[in-house]
Design a protein. Structure first.
Length: 459
């Protein structure tokens, strides 16, 4: 019974970061007896559980210092592009700037000549941070993480000490010098959280060194795949900001009629929306699908597009085999690129599988697709004539979409181009969340106004 409870505790603690770090000892478990394995993992789970109950995994704060220590030595040379992309992808959860998320970065390999230091607030915006980071190149050399962390300690003296600091060390943990001592000093810095991320093959990572750097197995992000490691890190950042909203506090003194208004801008804007466009590209909609593209573009043109506002994904469907995601929520960062991607969509015809299209759209609730659960409003708009002749029942698929948290709209085109068919209003009504969510091209402007309400205060 005790062993079973220990195993349950282990499963419960293998979440977010800890899940991937614990996986690094799988090879060692294979060489141990069942009793030794149970004992070792139970002790590890107990330590992790006690720590998680007494120490927050991440600072809950709307303003943060972010210090990135990025390894570009020979040991990670082949994977440097992956590590660099990890850093830029995770930065999407930040609002980089002097009064929001203040960022510094150390890029290192050897002791001195292969190191670059970017001081606090070197980037004044997310765009500037991504541009500078993308220009970094892997140049090889030895791995001297100890020296990099010593430089980090010096840089920490220049930080804004009134707000929490997160240190993210991106390395494979194979340093030529021992980083344990400066790692421990970083851990002892007031109001500071130290994380380590390895995005390559876990079998090639020195997990013990990452433990020395962070002091906590739950602060290690490690997985054989950049996308999953990125999703884990972004979920943590998102959770840390869940209480952050744009707030206004007004104080009025009646004696002199003095009014003081304080506005705090936080990383979560309150305008976040994950919008999934599902377009019918079957033979029955040729050439109507071009009107669907036009309607979709009108909607996107009315919204504020970006990582902290509306993100857009597009799914096209015909036959089941031709139903696919054309671009997911995180692929395009601005309105211009989304509009171009919609304009580039082409139809090859086929039978109609509306349910398959909706089911494909539901996948955009996953972190790996760029979804922002708990932060963004989920909206799905299905453009179709309502005629279904393949795949799962579209009404059943629509119910699943609503249960997944989507506000679900149907849109049909009432014009009659040559070769077009009359719309199936019964199916269109069944797809929509309710009768007020069913629209046509004639009242489409009302749909736009409903959806853009989420963005209004940020426009």
């Amino acid at each position: 019974m005790d062993n079973q409870m220990n195993r349950e505790n282990i499963r419960n603690t293998k979440t977010m970061i800890g899940h991937d770090a614990l996986g690094a000892i799988d090879d060692e478990k294979a060489r141990m007896t069942d009793w030794e394995t149970t004992l070792k993992l139970a002790l590890l789970a107990s330590i992790t559980l006690v720590y998680s109950q007494t120490t927050p995994l991440f600072p809950i704060s709307c303003e943060l210092n972010i210090l990135i220590v990025l390894d570009r030595s020979d040991s990670v040379k082949g994977g440097f592009n992956t590590s660099r992309k990890f850093v830029t992808d995770v930065s999407e959860e930040l609002q980089i700037g002097p009064n929001k998320h203040e960022v510094a970065m150390i890029v290192y390999s050897g002791l001195s000549y292969r190191r670059e230091i970017f001081k606090w607030n070197f980037a004044k915006s997310n765009q500037e941070f991504v541009r500078i980071t993308n220009n970094l190149r892997a140049i090889g050399g030895t791995t001297n993480t100890k020296k990099a962390l010593e430089v980090a300690l010096d840089l920490m003296e220049e930080r804004n000490k009134t707000i929490p600091t997160v240190v993210m060390v991106v390395t494979d943990g194979r340093s030529a010098d021992d980083p344990k001592l400066p790692g421990q000093k970083l851990q002892r810095e007031p109001n500071t959280w130290v994380f380590a991320a390895a995005t390559g093959d876990p079998k090639k990572v020195d997990t013990r060194e990452l433990m020395d750097i962070t002091g906590n197995i739950n602060h290690i992000v490690m997985h054989s795949g950049r996308l999953l490691a990125t999703d884990i890190a972004k979920r943590i950042l998102r959770a840390a900001q869940e209480k952050c909203r744009t707030t206004t506090t007004t104080t009025t003194t009646t004696t002199t009629t003095t009014t003081t208004t304080t506005t705090t801008t936080n990383p979560i804007t309150g305008c976040e929306m994950d919008l999934v466009l599902v377009l019918d590209f079957s033979t029955t909609t040729d050439p109507i699908y071009k009107f669907y593209k036009g309607l979709a573009s009108r909607l996107v043109s009315a919204l504020k597009i970006g990582p902290h506002h509306t993100q857009v994904a597009a799914v096209t469907f015909a036959t089941v085999g031709r139903t696919r995601t054309r671009f997911n929520l995180k692929q395009h960062k601005d309105q211009k690129s989304v509009l171009k991607a919609i304009d580039d969509l082409e139809s090859r015809g086929g039978t109609t599988a509306i349910g398959a299209g909706i089911a494909e759209g539901i996948k955009q609730t996953e972190d790996k697709e760029g979804a922002r659960p708990g932060v963004a409003t989920k909206v799905m708009v299905v453009f179709t004539d309502g005629w279904n002749n393949k795949g799962i029942d579209p009404v059943e698929a629509a119910h699943k979409a609503v249960n997944a948290g989507f506000e679900l709209y149907s849109v049909s085109y009432t014009g009659r181009p040559p070769k077009s068919v009359q719309t199936n209003n019964e199916t269109l009504a069944g797809i929509a969340q309710d009768h007020v969510h069913a629209f046509t091209d004639k009242n489409y402007e009302q749909l736009i106004e409903r959806i853009r309400r989420r963005n209004l205060k940020c426009m």
